[in-house]
Design a protein around this ligand. Structure first.
Ligand code: M6P
Ligand code: ZN
Length: 180
């Protein structure tokens, strides 16, 4: 049995004190994710994790700080993943910034939900998920998911999501993904 514990989350920046593990993804880690080529050391997002055993009796929790920026007309976004254990669900709570949560099923259905301070997005089992920063400031959100979920990036790396979120003349637009 785990010992109870407390962490302190900075709602504006997403920093967790003390954090156990930091994942940092740069443009060079996102190659192939955008229609246009990207490369370089610029940081796209950071994930601050609180590590607990990866079992279905625990909840994994983390915050993501997704910076603002674009590659071509596509906004900075997370890689996106299915859970390895497909039926595992997840909850997001946005604490700062504005974005879109793009979700898709393996048979090609998709859903897009808004992310803004206070929004709680529920991601049911079976839906892949990617967050997209559509504003001029970092998007910060807290996530909690069942401990044994795992991350499966395979199919997303191959064909992406059914739709892309791009910057249009009057703001964010959802367009079909030609590669899907
Ligand atoms: C959220 C959670 C994490 C995930 C992170 C970044 O915080 O869903 O599990 O790792 O976003 O997304 P990705 O792993 O797709 O790069
Ligand atoms: Zn997930």
């Amino acid at each position: 049995m785990l010992q109870p514990f407390t962490r302190v989350l900075d709602l504006g920046t997403g920093d967790i004190a003390p954090e156990n593990r930091l994942v940092r993804r740069r443009l060079s880690d996102m190659r192939g994710a955008y229609a246009e080529d990207c490369d370089g050391a610029q940081v796209v997002y950071e994930v601050f994790n609180i590590d607990v055993p990866e079992t279905n009796s625990e909840l994994q929790t983390c915050t993501t700080r997704l910076y603002n920026g674009k590659v071509g007309d596509e906004y900075f976004m997370t890689k996106g993943h299915f859970h390895e254990v497909r039926d595992r669900s997840e909850v997001y709570l946005t604490t700062s910034g504005y974005g879109r949560l793009v979700m898709a099923t393996e048979d090609g259905r998709y859903a897009i939900e808004e992310m803004r301070p206070g929004s709680m997005n529920y991601i049911p089992g079976g839906w892949s998920h990617r967050s997209v920063n559509v504003a001029d400031e970092p998007l910060v959100f807290f996530a909690a998911y069942i401990g044994d979920s795992g991350h499966d990036y395979g199919s997303i790396e191959e064909r992406g999501f059914p739709v892309l979120v791009v910057e249009g003349p009057s703001g964010p637009e959802v367009v079909p993904n030609p590669r899907y």
